[in-house]
Design a protein around this ligand. Structure first.
Ligand SMILES: [Zn+2]
Length: 103
């Protein structure tokens, strides 16, 4: 497990208003870069193992937005996902500022 990915996950969880616990796993996926399962009492995010570091970061940001978007949004990447992604992206920028030297 990549410690930097883990640090990013923990930062996002702490700094975003996500309503349920979020867990993640890094595993090989065939069709997708990432998947978010919206389970009854938690989210589970799977990140495709076969990506380079920067692709994994992109996937983490993308999937975290799914934990913030409106539950019943019809479009998978509609308006509320877009707004959620904006929030995640701002947290990511803040993360970079705060952890510049350790990153
Ligand atoms: Zn998506």
């Amino acid at each position: 497990m990549d410690k930097r990915i883990d640090r990013l996950f923990r930062y996002l969880k702490k700094n975003l208003p996500i309503k349920m616990p979020v867990y993640y796993r890094i595993r090989p996926l065939k069709k997708y870069h990432g998947i978010t399962y919206n389970n009854e009492d938690h989210y589970l995010i799977i990140i495709d193992k076969n990506q380079n570091f920067y692709q994994k970061i992109e996937t983490v940001l993308h999937e975290m937005a799914h934990t913030l978007q409106r539950v019943n949004e019809k479009e998978e990447h509609g308006k509320s996902w877009g707004e959620a992604y904006g929030r995640v992206y701002r947290a990511w920028e803040q993360f970079n500022k705060e952890l510049d030297d350790k990153w």
